[in-house]
Design a protein around this ligand. Structure first.
Ligand code: SF4
Ligand code: SF4
Ligand code: SF4
Length: 406
């Protein structure tokens, strides 16, 4: 039933060994395939054993699921875009998809636009407090941790620390905030991310609340379909489940609360600086960034929310002149107008931008304002429609043209 919580672990020793926290996600994916609940699994695999290069992989052989066991913090893959772009929005295939909160939220926004058929998707959500850009991570490991990135076999983020495990089993840890102050650590959007437990998915799986020293996963059931998968897997004996103690539930809540507090601090840092500026300073701040744009379309092509077949940014549409670099400032502003209400702060646009424009900062700043006005948080529920498609009477009466500029 939705809202039920469990401490779970895989029963297969091989999966328990390979999985991050008792192998529950791997066991569920394998079971979903074997039992015929889905036709395929979409999960992230290391490319040629390289943990800094994650590849979204479509898997139909149950044994192959084991190759995706474990977490790759330094490979922030664009899962929602992959489902929409390369799997035809799951319109003809039933999928189990492993997703971070931002992936699940993007899939929900795409489902509202009929780009993904969520009836065919079981979203196995994994808690997330941040991912790292691969190039930044490698540099950080050398310069801050003094280790060879190829020696790292595991990363973890916990209680404000980044902890790495080396091949010889030893661990090293550093304060995440201090690393981030020096330009390392998590991607900028992840620092500001407010959603660490993916309750918008079918299951929310993570380590928070698991008793110290135990290799198991705390699972929250977030939909009937998620509950069905968990129940069937437990009945088939591929996972063991037990009720969590009150202390375990409290501990999970505490960790979630603290992650949110940390994200608010970063938001205050990034957005506070912008709010301090006059309108003119703010305009100049963004326009200076826009003038770096080389019109590569990387941000548009990476954004999971961008879905128009005939994009307004193409020169032949007449809004933006062809052959001009930087493009007119309308270029980023048009994209902003198109996605700001539904931006899920996944940071894919910023990762793709060769001009290093802090695009997710802009989109999230505007999205936060829209959230305040429209009381709409993108990607939380398929039932809630995007505000720019639903105009209320109150909004029609609002004649303040500076609404979003104050
Ligand atoms: S934006 Fe949030 S959910 Fe997505 S990778 Fe970053 S921390 Fe995780
Ligand atoms: S605008 Fe950027 S941060 Fe927002 S959803 Fe699109 S890619 Fe993600
Ligand atoms: S990714 Fe950056 S440089 Fe490329 S079009 Fe977008 S804003 Fe411009």
């Amino acid at each position: 039933m939705t809202g039920e919580m469990y401490i779970a672990e895989a029963t297969d020793e091989r999966i328990r060994e390979r999985g991050e926290h008792g192998g529950v996600v791997t066991a569920l994916l394998k079971f979903a395939l074997e039992s015929g609940m889905v036709d395929a699994v979409l999960a992230v695999k290391k490319r040629n054993g390289n943990r800094y290069d994650g590849v979204p992989s479509l898997i139909t052989e149950p044994e192959e699921v084991l190759e995706c066991a474990g977490v790759l913090h330094c490979a922030p893959v664009n899962v929602a875009r992959c489902v929409k772009e390369y799997l035809d929005g799951a319109k003809g295939v039933r999928l189990a998809v492993v997703c971070k909160p931002c992936d699940a939220r993007a899939m929900i926004e795409l489902a509202k636009r009929e780009q993904i058929n969520l009836a065919n998707v079981i979203m196995i959500g994994v808690n997330c407090t941040g991912t790292l850009a691969p190039s930044v991570a490698r540099k950080m490991l050398v310069e801050e941790f003094g280790v060879d990135p190829e020696d790292v076999v595991r990363e973890d983020i916990d209680d404000g620390k980044l902890i790495i495990t080396l091949g010889d089993g030893s661990t090293r840890e550093k304060d995440l905030k201090e690393l981030e102050e020096r330009g390392y650590g998590r991607r900028e959007n992840c620092r500001r991310c407010e959603v660490s437990v993916p309750r918008m998915a079918d299951l929310a799986c993570g380590k928070w609340g698991v008793p110290e020293g135990r290799r198991a996963t705390f699972v929250e059931v977030c939909s009937e379909r998620g509950g069905e998968l968990l129940k069937k897997a437990a009945e088939a004996g591929v996972i063991r489940v037990e009720a969590p103690s009150k202390e375990a539930i409290d501990e999970r809540e505490r960790k979630e609360r603290e992650a949110l507090e940390r994200s608010k601090e970063w938001q205050e840092r990034y957005f506070g600086e912008l709010k301090e500026m006059s309108s003119e300073e703010r305009r100049r701040y963004w326009f200076d960034y826009f003038d770096r744009c080389i019109k590569c379309f990387g941000c548009r092509d990476a954004c999971p929310i961008c879905y128009c077949k005939e994009c307004y940014l193409e020169a032949w549409r007449g809004f933006i002149r062809g052959g001009e670099v930087p493009p007119e400032r309308a270029f980023p502003l048009i994209r902003l107008a198109h996605v700001a209400d539904s931006c899920v702060n996944c940071g894919q646009c910023q990762d793709a931008c060769p001009a290093e424009i802090p695009l997710s900062r802009l989109y999230q700043a505007v999205n936060k304002e829209l959230q305040r006005v429209f009381k709409y948080v993108p990607g939380m529920s398929v039932e809630e429609r995007p505000p720019l498609t639903v105009i209320t009477e109150e909004e029609l009466r609002n004649d303040d043209p500076l609404l979003f500029l104050r």
